[in-house]
Design a protein around this ligand. Structure first.
Ligand code: CO
Length: 134
């Protein structure tokens, strides 16, 4: 059911510092920082040949990643995003198998303008999973 790994999201205290390390130490191609106030994050995309890494810094008072950074002050991996062909079909199959979908289980438009859902880390080896309709 799941397809490509769309991205790995890493929460950081400062995207400029993290982007510099990815660019200079790891030699990766990195984007400019983009503020996404509606998602409560500032993001830098690290472009790899087979997927992306998204460096996320909390933005604003109610950032959904602020608590994660408070618990992980050095930063850390926040979620993996897998692509699916049909997000409703994927959700229904997961829920039928007992997996918990976060929130009201209705897809939202994510940071890439496509429908997304998040799955409880409790059901996936401690890893928060985002599904994105490709
Ligand atoms: Co994501």
């Amino acid at each position: 059911m799941i397809g490509r790994l769309n991205h790995v999201a890493i929460v950081v205290a400062d995207v400029a510092v993290a982007a510099k390390i990815y660019h200079e130490a790891l030699g990766a191609k990195v984007s400019e920082a983009q503020k996404l106030p509606e998602h409560g994050v500032t993001v830098v995309f690290v472009e790899l040949t087979n997927t992306k890494v998204e460096l996320l810094e909390p933005l604003g008072e109610n950032s959904p990643i602020a608590r994660f950074l408070a618990r992980n002050p050095d930063g850390g991996m926040h979620h993996l995003c897998y692509e699916v062909g049909n997000i409703i079909a994927a959700r229904d199959r997961l829920m039928a198998s007992g997996a918990r979908v976060l929130g009201d289980a209705e897809p939202r438009i994510g940071a890439h303008g496509k429908p997304v859902l998040f799955l409880s880390p409790k059901d996936f080896s401690g890893v928060l999973i985002e599904l994105e309709e490709a």
